[in-house]
Design a protein around this ligand. Sequence first.
Ligand code: SF4
Length: 327
Amino acid sequence: MDTMLEVKGLKTYFFTEAGVVKAVDGIDFTVGKNETIGLVGESGSGKTVTGLSVIRIVPPPGKIVDGSITFEGEDLLKKSEEEMRKIRGNKISMTFQDPTTSLNPLFTVGDQIAEVIREHDKNISKNESMEKTIKLLEMVHISEPTIRVKAYPHELSGGMKQRIAIARSLASDPSLLFADEPTTNLDVTVQAQVLELIKELRDKQKMSLVMITHDMGIVAEITQRVQVLYAGMVAEIAETHSLFSKPQHPYTEALLQAVPRIDQRKELKVIPGNIPNLINPPTGCRFNPRCQYAKAICSEKVPVLEKTDKGHYTACHFWRNLDLTGA
Ligand code: SF4
């Protein structure tokens, strides 16, 4: 599979008054053409900051301090802000958990989508951009698109706003979409519909997709490959079926045991403790204070990412000795 995006040694820190928060601390990953990968972890694992770093919209006091981000052969960290704006407008897009982040309350949803279309295609007329906007609303299954196009964001339900935000992020025909927890704030039925919609659009537009989520159910449903992040570092990388059937990192096992299953009436396990403070993260393996398998070396030495099988990597000192439970 051709590689579309390659991130190497990415470090994004936040320089706060309390100290330097190492939100992303040396992450590597790739996304292939037409591939869907999951960036998974609890909140605070660094997955959203990773997405923001790739499209270079990390808010201050955050800064990318090291690494390389190569997209279609070009290093995005060497691009000027103006060049980046073109890439964001044309090739890479991102949708957010809260659709109001990308929708301006003062403009109609139609104007906001048409603006992106015109930014993308300078020669398009106002009428043509409005026609294309209506087509996009149809594509994200908004009923009565010719009426809704004139609505303001506050006049729409949460599910509709998320569909509109997705339509806006697709208005520039991106080849790579980062979807950051796009279903988290929606009720269960609408969640399933939005997830179906993302899958449908991905296939129709032949896009690569990076699904940022804490939800292993979504990972199982939509991704081909998964990158599990813990406290700003990579814990495990694997093809989705391999990660679920044979996890090689205790954190992945813990995430899988916290997923409800319709076919099993077992008790859900909660991962004890919290994601650590990333100003002074634990020494050695950052998961050690919460890991039921930790031994002395775990707080002394940082585990390196090791290959365990074809396409499967883990950062755990004891992966050879552990027989972890899959889903
Ligand atoms: Fe647990 Fe040690 Fe493996 Fe970290 S290195 S996941 S603490 S066993």
